[in-house]
Design a protein around this ligand. Structure first.
Ligand code: MLT
Length: 406
């Protein structure tokens, strides 16, 4: 009666497991020692951009009058937001993505988990390793990855991202139908170059594969030569779906707003994936609230743009601080330049969860064990730059003091 694949999966989602462990630790030791600093889940700490809040307030006021009340949002989202995204995120960067290809949603997490519903259960799925765990977990629940044995799904193909390849894997030799890529990468912070993305787009077009491209961290790219969207690569429209979010750009982790691009040109066996995704969303999703979509639209106002940029620069200064502190302590660390995550090697050959426990106990700092993102993440650890500058400084001070003891 129950979904046996769901029951085979590890019983707890990565960030739920971290929250559970931290709660248990606080309950036991809450009163003694310094307070806990959280650098685990990538949740934002800076206030929302004023432009977004003002837009949401005035949209809320519209709901007081029958003449301006908004009920169910249109399928796919309001035109004002689809047009703003098309213009600012794509056309200005040379990618011709029209508003009709853009579908507004409530989060990159839900869209990246739901998109697999468009594909048959015989699809071969490939994910980078390490990567955001939702891609594999959601496919596993559908039964597409077979059974779980010896810590892995039997039908899942992984693309190892290692120190040797700069944490950006090349396309595989064999055939994969459905490819999940996330750049800038969660968790390693690696960003894919134009040539690296071109190799994936060429592979996908040659093999008839589909790339699900998660670009949730694109606003953190500081290098002008690195593409922010896969559609900056010629040929991507016939092989890629892109998922993006306002969570990390504008601090919307609580407000919830995102979008998915399914280009008109993307077809398999004569069937339009855009039409299929539209049908799926119309059936299962009643839309992102009008008030929220007005808030997201304000991200693209001049004030919204400069307020988002200011927030991102605060987080990126944190990332620099983390990188400098770790390297200064002799710890191998990467990421943190085009992404808000720093990926570090666990000191003293500790394993990822061992280091999690050690850091929590000795420094009262919470991070994310690398092994939670895949086998290649074992022995690594992720720290987020989304904390306050004060907390980041304090955490790095504690880590520095600790490293002198290791
Ligand atoms: C993370 O920490 O990996 C992300 O914040 C999780 C998410 O976006 O769902």
């Amino acid at each position: 009666m129950l979904n046996s694949y769901a029951m085979e999966a590890p019983s707890s989602y990565l960030f739920s497991e971290i929250a559970r462990k931290v709660a248990a630790f606080s309950e036991k030791h809450g009163g003694d020692g310094p307070r806990i600093i959280r650098m685990g889940i990538g949740d934002v700490t800076r206030p929302l951009p004023r432009a977004c809040v003002d837009a949401m307030k005035s949209a809320a006021d519209e709901q007081l009058s029958a003449a301006t009340l908004r009920g169910y949002p249109p399928d796919g989202g309001y035109d004002f937001l689809r047009k703003a995204i098309s213009e600012h995120e794509y056309k200005r960067r040379g990618a011709d993505i029209p508003p009709e290809d853009i579908f507004i949603s409530d989060g990159a997490k839900s869209d990246s988990a739901n998109i697999q519903e468009l594909f048959g259960n015989d699809c071969v799925v490939g994910v980078s390793d390490p990567v955001y765990p939702v891609y594999a977990d959601s496919n596993a629940w559908s039964g597409r990855l077979g059974h779980y044995a010896d810590g892995r799904w039997e039908r899942l193909v992984t693309f190892p991202c290692t120190r040797e390849n700069g944490y950006v894997a090349p396309p595989p030799d064999g055939h994969v139908d459905l490819i999940y890529l996330c750049f800038p990468n969660n968790p390693t912070g690696a960003a894919a170059s134009r040539a690296q993305l071109r190799a994936w787009v060429d592979y996908a077009n040659e093999h008839g594969s589909i790339i699900i491209y998660d670009a949730a961290y694109r606003a953190y790219i500081s290098d002008p030569d690195i593409p922010r969207s896969i559609y900056e690569i010629d040929g991507a429209k016939t092989c890629a779906i892109e998922i993006c979010s306002f969570s990390k750009t504008a601090g919307f982790t609580g407000v919830r707003c995102s979008w998915t691009v399914a280009p008109e040109e993307l077809r398999r066996g004569g069937v339009s994936l855009r039409a299929l995704w539209a049908r799926r969303q119309a059936t299962k999703f009643n839309g992102t609230p009008y008030i929220v979509q007005r808030g997201a639209e304000a991200v693209y106002s001049p004030a919204g743009q400069s307020q988002c940029a200011e927030t991102i620069s605060v987080y990126m200064r944190n990332a620099r601080r983390i990188l400098d502190a770790l390297r200064g302590a002799g710890i191998e660390a990467t990421g943190g330049v085009n992404a808000p995550y720093v990926w570090m090697r666990c000191p003293d050959n500790m394993d990822s969860w061992g280091f999690f426990d050690y850091l929590l106990k000795e420094a009262r700092v919470v991070g994310t064990p690398g092994s939670g993102f895949g086998k290649c993440g074992e022995g690594y650890f992720r720290l987020t730059a989304f904390g306050s500058p004060e907390d980041t400084d304090e955490a790095m001070h504690r880590v520095g003091a600790l490293s002198r003891k290791i």
